[in-house]
Design a binder for this molecule. Structure first.
Ligand code: SF4
Length: 355
């Protein structure tokens, strides 16, 4: 049996979040407390399959056992503080964390699928000029349970309002998921495990602003989910203007990391691409994207831009979007033009800012 000293707090004030414990930890805790190991399985089931928010709910445990748990642990969980529903069916949740901080997650329904867009950090430390979240200071990383809970909350809403379970997840909410690497991967493990939601990793996409070292790490870790990169320009000078960290991680480094990703995983990458007037709407911007797309197999999602209340960025002329589309298709690159959803409730791409 493993050492369980770390599971037993010294005082009530140091109560540990029971959801940070694995099933094995819980079994060890019960054995160390003189109870049967299977109690650990029961508690685990209450926490993760039945979504219990209190020990009182764990009715197949004796009163004494529940009291003992109460003395040692807390159950930190999220609460959907406010739910907003868009005219197009999109739902935005303002999610309150145990320490009172708020993040947002979004349910995007279509006739064939429902997608959850979840947050990985409270605020963001990167400074993408077009993004509303960038205006919020990064407060902290979300822990794996807080990420998982957003997904569970959206799954429930999807069943209630759309009559179908959640089918896809994108890590494209608040924060840069690769700057909270371990917790995001732990959350994905829980989401895909049979004891969690049992969702296939093929239905999960991690969208990053493009941190080369971490993309390589994803490849080394042989993750099974999909990778998307918010590219927005394939010209360093332009990209650095709109995504200042590009100065530290220029496109040559990003390219090298994507080649590494493809060598290791043999899986294509998706490039997310917004087009703005007088920023990246010139013929040379289109040509640069086409060249960038030749590095490894890929597809391009051109996403409609949603203004975030300043005049710096404006959606490009539809003629330019069409020109991008034609040039990519001519070079046999798959391209989709996506209209953003949930604009009326500030739930669209790049708009999440706790409004
Ligand atoms: S686009 Fe993503 S990485 Fe960039 S500031 Fe917004 S949340 Fe952060």
């Amino acid at each position: 049996m493993r050492c369980v000293a770390h599971l037993i707090p010294y005082s009530i004030s140091m109560k540990k979040d029971i959801r940070a414990l694995s099933k094995e930890d819980l079994r060890d805790f019960f054995v160390a407390s003189g109870e049967k190991a299977f109690r650990g399985n029961q508690v685990y089931e209450w926490l993760w399959n039945k979504g219990a928010h209190s020990f009182e709910e764990m009715t197949n445990l004796s009163l004494e056992t529940r009291k003992m748990l109460e003395e040692h642990f807390v159950i930190n969980h999220i609460e959907v503080d406010k739910m907003q529903k868009s005219a197009d069916g999109t739902i935005k949740n303002a999610v309150k964390l145990h320490d009172g901080l708020i993040v947002e997650s979004v349910l995007i329904p279509t006739p064939t699928r429902t997608t959850a867009c979840v947050s990985s950090q409270v605020g963001c430390s990167l400074d993408c000029k077009f993004c509303a979240t960038a205006k919020l200071k990064r407060m902290r990383n979300l822990n794996p349970d807080e990420i998982y809970d957003q997904v569970v909350a959206i799954d429930k809403e999807s069943r209630t309002y759309n009559g179908m379970p959640l089918s896809n997840i994108v890590f494209m909410g608040m924060g840069e998921p690769l700057m909270n690497y371990n917790n995001v991967l732990k959350a994905v493990d829980k989401i895909t495990s049979s004891e969690g939601l049992g969702l296939s990793p093929k239905r999960i996409t991690l969208s990053t602003s493009g941190i080369p070292k971490m993309i390589k790490k994803l490849a080394d870790d042989q993750v099974k989910f999909n990778l998307a990169v918010s590219l927005h320009s394939a010209i360093d000078e332009v990209r650095s203007q709109i995504m200042p960290f590009n100065e530290i991680f220029p496109l040559t480094d990003l390219k090298a990391s994507l080649q590494y990703w493809y060598e290791k995983t043999q899986r294509r990458v998706t490039y997310e691409y917004l087009i703005w007037k007088n920023v990246n709407d010139r013929p040379q911007d289109i040509a640069a994207l086409v060249e960038f797309c030749k590095i490894i197999p890929c597809k391009v999602n051109i996403i409609e831009y949603n203004p975030i209340g300043d005049d710096q960025f404006q959606q490009a002329d539809p003629i330019v979007t069409e020109a991008y589309k034609k040039a990519l298709e001519k070079n046999h690159i798959t391209v989709t033009v996506r209209r953003s959803r949930g604009k009326d409730i500030d739930a669209a791409c790049g708009q999440l800012a706790n409004k």
